[in-house]
Ligand binder design. Structure first.
Ligand SMILES: [Zn+2]
Ligand SMILES: [Zn+2]
Length: 200
């Protein structure tokens, strides 16, 4: 892995700092090995949370005994309207599901050049068939196509209500299945945050 690939695992605002630190340390301390006498039970880790749509990099303190719960809680905090299963993996694939904290802990890697810890987490919906979203007209859980308003904060219609031409003043996105229907980043990235709170 080269430096630019490594820096991808840091939040953009941290990249310069770590890169400069690595250059300095290479200059002044070329062969320093740090000895750890105590077993390590905590790491400061840059965790990349991938969904099928996007990614978010979050600095976290992870603890050996509790890492799975810490990751689950952070996922729930970042994307609260959806229940997630956590996997090892990236945007493109989920490798295996994290069942225990030691699996999370063992998946933490240390970058070779800048020496930061990082972890790649892939989030998958717990119930992929349901949208887990209520229709704002009939107030039922949406089964079938979900129509999401592109202007309002959190306004959705079910297929039946949409076919009655409700909410005709705004354009609606048709989502057949969350996670399958792709919403282009040029839409989510340019929208006000309240419209796509789950698609950072
Ligand atoms: Zn409805
Ligand atoms: Zn609207």
């Amino acid at each position: 892995m080269d430096l630019s690939e490594e820096l991808e695992f840091l939040p953009p605002e941290k990249r310069k700092e770590y890169q400069e630190k690595a250059l300095l340390e290479a200059k002044w301390f070329p062969n320093v090995q740090i000895c750890h006498f105590k077993p390590i039970v905590e790491h400061f880790v840059f965790v990349t949370f991938y969904t099928h749509l996007d990614k978010k990099i979050v600095p976290m303190h992870l603890h050996k005994e509790n890492a799975k719960k810490e990751i689950e809680e952070k996922a729930a905090e970042l994307l609260p309207t959806i229940k997630w299963k956590i996997f090892s993996g990236t945007q493109h694939q989920a490798d295996f599901e994290f069942q225990e904290s030691f699996q999370v802990w063992n998946s933490i890697k240390k970058s070779e050049i800048c020496k930061f810890y990082y972890l790649l987490v892939r989030l998958e919906r717990l119930h992929p068939d349901s949208h887990e979203v209520k229709c704002d007209e009939c107030l039922r859980m949406i089964v079938g196509h979900r129509y999401k308003c592109t202007e309002c904060a959190d306004y959705d219609l079910c297929q039946t209500c949409e076919s009655k031409s409700l909410h005709s003043e705004h354009a609606m996105l048709r989502i057949v299945r969350d996670g399958i229907t792709h919403i282009p980043r040029y839409i989510t990235a340019n929208a006000p945050r309240y419209v796509f709170p789950n698609f950072y």
